[in-house]
Design a protein around this ligand. Structure first.
Ligand SMILES: [Fe+2]
Length: 289
């Protein structure tokens, strides 16, 4: 629970506040950009909600916040916001909310598929989500983009009898994963195409679902403060050169319409524009060597 005694001085007056435990992961701004600002070191309330839409978004941010740094001075009913997760983002694709502090607040997603549902990286293991996943038909695969965002994947795998997929080079954090990919080739599992994209970590993977939905982990995202797609130069743990190569490789994904990252904001793309976005992103990445 957020602590009012530790509320940040930058918060504007009103019911919602952010306290000093904020790690500035950006999640609050992804859900409620009208309400939460960025001081450079933490999020703060820049404007109190003035309408039902913003109030709902602020409540979603409160629930998604991985460090429970968002609070309210007067108690709010969070039921509808809680029940909004997993929230549909595109056909068959949902965002889970309830981001985990162990992944520095990375987003996780759920794909509903007639041949078995997928969890993409891991949210907190909480009963509200477990119940929703059960109602949606359970989980068959847990796709782990990379070593940083595994969080409660083991618990979900055990509960649902799901198969975790991870690359061998990142698998020391999930040695008992059911599917450990060892090569650098693309793999197809049902509608999912798994591509090896080292750079952020040695064994990073992305998932291209149904040619249109790209789950990028920490490989590639919309970077709000730069106002562009790209990769995080300051959060590249293995090799920036390899990461550039791995971004370049995605130029062949002609039909991508959505990018769903771990960190950074999700984003929609005009049909056919993705190769051009990749070209420009690579140019920028080369310029910040
Ligand atoms: Fe990461």
């Amino acid at each position: 629970m957020a602590n009012l005694k530790k509320a940040l001085s930058e918060n504007v007056e009103g019911n919602f506040f952010v306290d000093t435990s904020c790690i500035n992961c950006g999640v609050s701004r992804h859900y409620a950009p009208e309400i939460f600002g960025d001081s450079g070191t933490h999020a703060f309330v820049k404007k109190q909600p003035q309408n039902a839409k913003d109030e709902f978004a602020a409540k979603q941010a409160l629930l998604a916040c991985p460090t429970a740094s968002i609070g309210v001075r007067e108690k709010k009913d969070l039921t509808s916001a809680r029940n909004s997760f997993p929230m549909q983002m595109a056909k068959d694709v949902y965002i889970n909310g309830f981001n985990h502090r162990n992944s520095y607040g990375a987003h996780s997603y759920f794909i509903k598929s007639h041949s078995g549902n997928w969890l993409i990286d891991s949210p907190r293991f909480i009963s509200a989500l477990v119940k929703s996943f059960e109602e949606m038909g359970g989980i068959q695969y847990i796709f782990l983009t990379h070593r940083d965002d595994v969080c409660d994947a083991r618990r979900y795998a055990q509960y649902f009898g799901a198969k975790r997929i991870i690359h061998k080079r990142d698998s020391d954090v999930q040695k008992d994963a059911e599917v450990i990919l060892e090569d650098e080739e693309a793999h197809r599992i049902e509608l999912g195409e798994i591509h090896f994209t080292p750079g952020h970590t040695r064994g990073h993977l992305v998932l291209l679902w149904d040619a249109k939905y790209l789950f990028t982990g920490d490989h590639f995202a919309w970077i709000s403060n730069l106002n562009r797609f790209g990769s995080f130069r300051n959060a590249c743990w293995y090799s920036w050169e390899r990461q550039i190569e791995s971004v370049q490789k995605m130029e062949v994904f002609q039909e991508v319409e959505w990018i769903f990252p771990g960190h950074g904001k999700w984003g929609r793309i005009d049909t056919g524009q993705f190769p051009e976005i990749i070209k420009k992103s690579v140019q920028w990445m080369l310029s910040v060597q």
